[in-house]
Design a protein around this ligand. Sequence first.
Ligand SMILES: C[S@@+](CC[C@H](N)C(=O)[O-])C[C@H]1O[C@@H](n2cnc3c(N)ncnc32)[C@H](O)[C@@H]1O
Length: 230
Amino acid sequence: MTVDKAIIEQAQEKASELRASAEYRENIDFWHQAWNMCTKPYTRMPDLEYLPWIPERLHAAAASRVLDLGCGSGWLSVYLSREGFKVTGIDVAGHALELGKQWAAMEDLQIQFDAGDLGDLPYPDGSFDAVVANSIIEHLPLSLALVAVAKLKTVLALGGTFVGCFDKVGTGPGQYYKLDDGTQIYTDKSRKGMMLRYFSDNELKDLFNGWTIEELKTLDSGSRFVVAHT
Ligand SMILES: C[S@@+](CC[C@H](N)C(=O)[O-])C[C@H]1O[C@@H](n2cnc3c(N)ncnc32)[C@H](O)[C@@H]1O
């Protein structure tokens, strides 16, 4: 048994327990409620230094079919669709996806928006050439993140590519308690139930154990930009 298989098998049991837990349900409820308050998609592209790097890396990998994980109302899906990629966005919040569909329709872009949980991706093997993940995997506890990233390997075609950014997660203001793995569960009113955790560089390497990590770059903001291949 290879090392990554052993890590994933251990994580799988924990991940199933977590997904069935009240904490996880509250976390998912948080995202539904947060998106239900939005009446329009955020149609302004964020000012991120790494934004142009994403299509660059995807083009370098000759990717065409791209999955946008935790796409929200779809800014990255739209950005990549404008660049000519065939994009599918997935998010747990149905209302966010409705907003994304409205935006895509306004620009006449063909983007597939699917409802689903990252812990249980509903795609057959080899469905995509690349996966993009901006500010999303850090919202999963460690075991779920390990299982989700392992599953990414299967939904990607051979030689598929991951391009993502893990936000800096600091100890800034906010009220939360922590799970054993360091996942913060917020208790303050505005983020009640939201899960967020800091992944150390070593944990990021564990997540991508068995992949080839091409880049693991710490940005000025402290966030980490990752490019990896299956
Ligand atoms: C911090 S937002 C990032 C959204 C977008 N990727 C961006 O960069 O603006 C996290 C997104 O992930 C979604 N999300 C959170 N947990 C999820 C899960 N377990 N499965 C699928 N989507 C999830 C939320 O609904 C939200 O849209």
